[in-house]
Ligand binder design. Structure first.
Ligand code: FES
Ligand SMILES: [Fe+2]
Length: 382
């Protein structure tokens, strides 16, 4: 799991008049709206005696710890310590980490890291969202799975033929093969669009709306954005598009919550939403069944114990991207965190820690030593 990316923390509509707990990257956070309706994300651990702020309540736009009533504002700064009396000066160390928040597409996104604004990777956008001719639906999935295994599944064009009976011919055609992939990439993403030979649609309404009634070559493919976001494009014909935007939240190393926004430019009526959601669940269940049995459970640390083919090159490229982010020192040392479970509380470093490195009560989460950090150390050692 990696710091310094935007993660989907919660659906916007879930933040009302109570603090909400969110577990992300194996750590706990509290989400709430201040008096102006602005969403905030703070580290959940109260710096007094470790109360869970999410178990408290909202008072004067602050979240109030349930244990001794300290009140923290949206910047994580303590505004009131009741036991000191009404006129007390609040010590500067009475603060918790606060993370940048943005709301898009009905999702509250939190930037879990300490990069300054101009260095942050962007949130993957949905250009067609809200545009005329497009309809968007939301749905959620939960899985006991390594999020990387799910991303790799999406970047794998050879599984559809065997895992999804409606995407191909289940290996029954002699002329089946995966076309050569062209990987498209930029600093934060990589992936491909390719072609699949697919059987006719079974759903009569979709068949009629898409205009595709025979076996056909369809264009489809996926790109990852950062470690845990996927955009999949499915173009059943040259005019009919389905785009899936899976904002995956690594709840911890073994659980994934997916916030899925799907856009389509056909069957624009609300009444058709349910059949798309249902269809997505059927396909996701087919993937989940296979992913649940993978050995090992976690995506391997090297490619040497898997036999990679040209169709796996998007998976390989994704793993290389993860290594690059690890080399920047952004990967959480999950083993070190787990060794301290129940004995130490950690916080993901927030941008304020860069501006003011001293005086924080809670330690930052252990990070794996990146190659960049190792090079710096070697240089410093001369
Ligand atoms: S533990 Fe939060 S106020 Fe004491
Ligand atoms: Fe799949």
């Amino acid at each position: 799991m990696y710091i310094n990316f935007w993660y989907p923390a919660e659906w916007s509509e879930k933040l009302t008049d109570q603090p909400v707990k969110a577990r992300m990257l194996g750590q706990d956070f509290v989400l709430f709206r201040d008096s102006n309706g602005n969403a905030h994300c703070l580290s959940d651990t109260c710096v007094h005696r470790g109360g869970s702020l999410a178990a408290g309540k909202l008072v004067n736009g602050c979240v109030q710890c349930p244990y001794h009533g300290w009140q923290f504002d949206g910047h994580g700064v303590c505004q009131r310590i009741p036991s000191l009396g009404p006129d007390a000066r609040i010590p500067g160390r009475a603060r918790v980490d606060s993370y940048p928040v943005e709301e898009h597409y009905g999702i509250v996104f939190a930037f879990l890291g300490d990069l300054p604004a101009d260095e942050r990777p962007p949130i993957m956008g949905i250009p067609e969202y809200g545009q005329p001719g497009w309809r968007a639906t939301s749905q959620e999935r939960w899985a006991e799975c390594d999020y990387r295994r799910q991303v790799e599944n999406a970047l794998d064009p050879a599984h559809n033929e065997f895992v999804h009976p409606t995407h191909g011919f289940s290996g029954s055609r002699d002329d089946y093969r995966v076309p050569e992939l062209t990987i498209e990439e930029d600093q934060w993403s990589s992936g491909f669009l390719t072609t699949y030979y697919a059987p006719p649609l079974k759903d009569e309404k979709m068949k009629a709306a898409s205009g595709r009634s025979e076996d056909a070559v369809i264009e489809a493919g996926s790109h990852h954005f950062g470690p845990s976001v996927i955009r999949t494009k499915i173009h059943p014909t040259a005019e009919v598009f389905i785009h899936q935007h899976a904002y995956k939240l690594p709840v911890d190393e073994a659980h994934v919550r997916t916030f899925l926004i799907q856009t389509r430019n056909f069957l624009p009526d609300e009444g058709s939403d349910a059949r798309f959601r249902e269809r997505n669940n059927v396909v996701a269940d087919q993937d989940a069944e296979v992913l649940a049995e993978l050995h090992p459970f976690f995506s391997p640390e090297t490619n040497t114990h898997e036999f990679m083919l040209p169709a796996d090159q998007a998976v390989v490229r994704y793993r290389e991207k993860l290594s690059e982010w690890q080399a920047r020192g952004w990967r959480i040392d999950v083993d070190a965190v787990n060794e301290q479970r129940g004995r130490a509380a950690f916080a993901i470093p927030s941008p304020a820690r860069r501006e003011k490195p001293g005086g924080w009560v809670i330690d930052t989460v252990p990070l794996m030593r990146g190659a960049a950090a190792a090079e710096d150390a070697a240089e410093a050692a001369g």
